[in-house]
Design a protein around this ligand. Sequence first.
Ligand SMILES: NC(=O)c1ccc[n+]([C@@H]2O[C@H](COP(=O)([O-])OP(=O)(O)OC[C@H]3O[C@@H](n4cnc5c(N)ncnc54)[C@H](OP(=O)(O)O)[C@@H]3O)[C@@H](O)[C@H]2O)c1
Length: 207
Amino acid sequence: VGAVVLDVSVSLDGFATGPDARPGVPLGDGGVRLHEWMFADSGQRARREGAADIDQAVVAELFATTGAVVMGRRMFDLGVAEWGGTPFPVPCFVVTHHGREDLVTDNGTFHFFTDGAASALARARAAAGDKNVLVHSPNIARQLLRAGLVDEIHLHLVPILLGGGGRLFDGTEMAGLRFEPVALKQSARVAHLRYRVRPGPSAEGAD
Ligand SMILES: NC(=O)c1ccc[n+]([C@@H]2O[C@H](COP(=O)([O-])OP(=O)(O)OC[C@H]3O[C@@H](n4cnc5c(N)ncnc54)[C@H](OP(=O)(O)O)[C@@H]3O)[C@@H](O)[C@H]2O)c1
């Protein structure tokens, strides 16, 4: 059975999105630097130092292990034009208050659900089979973490400061969660950190 994984790039000051995320600038001002490590051709120096090998192996593993994606409506609205399809070639489950018909793209289908994050996750798990479900929105991730439904957190810690925008973790409701280090890989551009979420009483609250 696959795991439920929050996989996200985050700045040193804890932001998953820079200020003023908007159509055409989905990661906010300066936020595109959060994902530069994913692109092999974006760093000559990094490639010379072997960073690209580490980073590209992380990306390859992410694609190979992801069987379904859960995201919020904001991520869908901001991302779909950029991706030109689904972000990974797998079914994507969008949590929204405003239902709509499925959107079929060349590489996968977006399904829209109005009955909450946990329900969308249950459908994603079924679709993923023995692969992982990737949680692809900070807001949805917080809801699922509080509900005790996330197995692992994969953070890509990028040495930049964004100064504002969307925090990955916010509020005190999750302060009781505990994490167990699983792995650490370091390239010249980014530190890849993995934590297992320790089972325990789930935190309360909703966004
Ligand atoms: N750094 C990274 O690696 C990374 C990764 C992924 C995303 N991001 C960034 O994160 C941002 C998007 O994430 P986000 O956390 O801001 O928003 P989000 O989770 O994508 O979307 C939030 C929206 O989802 C809907 N929603 C959420 N919970 C719901 C519920 N329980 N029931 C019904 N509808 C619900 C609501 O929209 P409606 O009311 O309109 O339906 C809500 O406004 C983007 O800027 C993206 O670029 C960064």
